[in-house]
Design a protein around this ligand. Structure first.
Ligand SMILES: [Zn+2]
Ligand SMILES: [Zn+2]
Length: 151
């Protein structure tokens, strides 16, 4: 997913940030929301909903699919995770608290996804949208190809 020296610390930091954001916005960071965010961070590849479901049911939850989907919706709506449409899978947001519109570069071979930010791209897209009088709901930019390790 992304390279770091100590992934356990990465996960802890991400959970702590999510906790802070939830408190700040008056949202409940329930056990299931926390567990799913943790799982998505733990996976080094984008997580599919059914894999998360299987993992959650292996833990001692009696969580039913709608509960898991609702938790995913919550995490998406609050920007803790992103959905990669071309893979139909979820990745953790690596830009929590300093978020802007991001785009994703996705390796076809190893499924590594990297989150990138570039305000100039967002500005260009917004200009195009407004000149077409198009009201956008979501900007999802995904670029596929090969990462350095897989070249
Ligand atoms: Zn993000
Ligand atoms: Zn790769």
């Amino acid at each position: 997913m992304h390279k770091c020296d100590d992934h356990r610390k990465c996960i802890d930091d991400a959970i702590a940030k999510a906790e802070f954001v939830c408190k700040d916005r008056g949202l409940r960071f329930t056990e299931i929301r926390r567990s799913i965010l943790k799982l998505i961070w733990k996976n080094h590849k984008p997580s599919k909903a059914y894999d998360l479901l299987a993992e959650i049911s292996r833990m001692d939850y009696s969580a039913k699919p709608p509960t898991v989907y609702r938790a995913l919706d919550f995490l998406l709506a609050n920007g803790f995770i992103h959905k990669i449409n071309t893979l139909n899978a979820y990745v953790p947001c690596t830009h929590t608290l300093k978020h802007n519109q991001c785009y994703f570069i996705i390796c076809d071979k190893c499924d590594q996804v990297q989150e990138c930010c570039d305000d100039a791209i967002t500005e260009t897209i917004k200009r195009t949208l407004s000149s077409n009088r198009f009201s956008h709901k979501d900007i999802a930019l995904e670029i596929s190809g090969s990462c350095d390790d897989c070249l």
